[in-house]
Structure formats: C-alpha cells, structure tokens
Write a protein that binds this ligand. Sequence first.
Ligand code: PGA
Length: 250
Amino acid sequence: MTRQLVGTSLKMNFTAAEARTYFRTLVPLVDDIRDRDLFVLPPFTALWVAREELAGTAIAWGAQDVHESLSGAHTGDISAPMLVDLGCRYAEVGHSERRRDHGERDGRIARKVATAIGCGLDVVLCVGESREMRTRLATTVVLRHLDGALGARPAAELDRVVVAYEPYWAIGAGASPAPLDHVSGVQRAVRAWLLERGCATPRVVYGGSVSLDNAGDLLALPDVDGVFVGRAALDPLVFARIAHTGLPPG
Ligand code: PGA
C-alpha cells in the first residue's frame, strides 16, 4: 500500500522569521509519525529557513511553483536548478491560484512538470474542475488536465508525481470540501489513469477545505493517498493534528 501523504502549502503567508517559528512549533509535534510522509511548501523567501529547520527531520519541503526554463530572461521567476541547489524535494505546479493569478494553462504546466522532474524534483501537480459539476463530468475535466500535463511523460517519471485533486470551487475562505463520493469517484479515475500509463505507485491526494473535521473521513477513503491542506495548516498545531488523524495512538 502507498504511504499516505499529508502536506501543506503555506501560500503567500509568513515572513522568514514567522516560518521559523512555524517549523519550530511543528517539528516536535510530528516527530512520532512514522507511517505517513509529510511535506511543507513555504514561500520562496522562506525555503532557506525550511532547509535549516527541517534538516534531519522527516518533513520534506519544496516550492509552490517553478519556471519551465532552466535559466534566462524571466524577471521574478525561479528555476528548477535553483530549487534543487537549495535542497528542495518538491515543486508544486498548476495550482488553481497560479492559473487564476498568472494565466497558467495546461501547455505551460506540462513544460514545468517536465523541467522539474528533469532536474530531479518531485512534482505536486494540482488538477481540478473549476466549477461545481457532476462527478462524471468533473472526471472528464480532470483527466483532460492529466493528459495535458502528464500525457507526454514516460512511466518512470509518473512515480515522481503526486497528483493533488483540488476542485477549484472547494478551495479557500468560504468554500466547502467536495463530497466524499465525488472525491472518491474522481480520484479512482486518476489512479486508473496513472496505472494504465505504467505508474507503479500512484499517489493521489485531495485538497480543498481540508480541516480537522473532515480529514479523518477523507484519509479513510480507499482512493485517497493523503491530503493537501491550505488554511487549516497555517496553525501548526492543527496541521500536526491532521497529520495524526486516523493513526493508532502512539
Ligand atoms: P484550502 O486550500 O485548504 O485553504 O481550501 C487548499 C489548497 O489550495 O490546496
């Protein structure tokens, strides 16, 4: 069975000093967790703090975005070699807020995935339908995102990707998580897509209004290999409790 993943993106929150406090609070709260993998994606400006504070811990870390080119005239952007040089394990690609704020589309997302994996990063690829719709239609939209972003990747590279199923309408303040049967239905199809293309260990996590209230139900679903947490994880105590959800006391 795939090890479950519990991760968070801190999005555009926390100065370097605040991120240090966050990590120092979080690390001792989760150091007993052996059976799940954890990751944190701080803003670029706090990656160096993650390197200092998370060294020697079981918490992996990485960036919330990466440019598709290796270097060059791309003002304000950050390349995969720069992230590798810092020690990042992960690069997140394709989050709906990047699509919304930066106009990112599937073609560009596919190039980012290829570059990140080519440089040795693991990718957290976000996919999801943009408005509420029936599960069958949402599945079609999500599989189209997968075709666009991963269709050209060889099987071995698919094992370097965590797919985060994040229906846009379930993300952010005021939103509610997708119903469990909807999550199951879409994620089952994502897993099948990955397996059909030769992925040996598909990892498909759910994101969108994950909280202490719903993490247990989500993590118990057969096709959910973990959760990707936004707002709720800005409190390291809550993130630690979500990370422990459903694990035997211990
Ligand atoms: P949220 O964010 O938990 O605040 O809804 C989820 C995400 O964007 O991954």
